[in-house]
Design a protein around this ligand. Structure first.
Ligand code: G3P
Length: 218
């Protein structure tokens, strides 16, 4: 499973990279607003640090303006993935950019029918938002299962399932069990995967027992 960081925080991105946990980055207008930084220079900096795809989202919602914005964004770096909303106009932009060899991440997906449309438009990634479905009492993970079944039925679809709106480590584990290609999560949630009380307890016992030996490896 590829790990994307759902953040624009440069320090967090660098940190995940050092631990081998950074296969790409996703951003959205809310993440950029939270950063308080200039969008284009910030994305450029993230692209320089990140070896994999960096998703940068268009701001407009009409076809013509989205297309113009996408042309600006894809000139930032070779590893840009243009993020477009799952609307008719968004998928029109997706189809054109994909035909031209640009990676497109189709965002705000909440149904398997929408995911089918994104695959037909040639999206590199479909981003189903599972946390937001959980928030309204729908099983977000069920959507991942459905999309994977549909995509598996049609091997000609190259679209990767990028599980988004992840809120906890179980979202990552359950998505990985189903074979989702990519997940994007806040760095804090990714790091929660390290945690287990038995690891802490076991390590404390090993440290204490080693001290009793009075030995040193170095
Ligand atoms: O980047 C898209 C998605 O991951 C947003 O998540 O937590 O705002 O629902 P969230």
């Amino acid at each position: 499973m590829k790990f994307f960081a759902d953040t624009s925080d440069i320090n967090e991105i660098k940190d995940l990279k050092e631990y081998g946990l950074l296969d790409g980055v996703t951003t959205n207008p809310s993440i950029i607003a939270k950063s308080g930084k200039e969008f284009i220079p910030l994305i450029k900096e993230i692209c320089e640090i990140t070896d994999g795809p960096v998703s940068a989202e268009v701001a407009a919602t009409d076809y013509k303006t989205m297309r113009k914005e996408a042309d600006v964004l894809r000139n930032i770096a070779d590893n840009i993935a243009i993020k477009v909303p799952l609307t008719q106009d968004g998928l029109k932009v997706c189809k054109e950019l994909s035909d031209e060899g640009t990676l497109v991440n189709v965002t705000l997906c909440f149904s398997s029918g929408q995911a089918l449309l994104a695959a037909k438009a040639g999206a590199a990634f479909i981003s189903p938002f599972i946390g937001r479905l959980d928030d309204i009492c729908f099983q977000g993970l069920d959507l991942i299962a459905d999309i994977l079944i549909i995509y598996d039925n049609y091997p000609e679809y190259d679209t990767e399932v990028l599980v988004a709106s992840i809120r906890n480590p179980m979202h990552i584990i359950e998505s990985a069990k189903m074979g989702a290609h990519v997940m994007t999560a806040p760095p804090k949630v990714i790091k929660q995967l390290y945690n287990h009380p038995l690891t802490d307890k076991g390590l404390a016992a090993f440290v204490a027992d080693w001290e009793k030996t009075g030995q040193s490896i170095l």
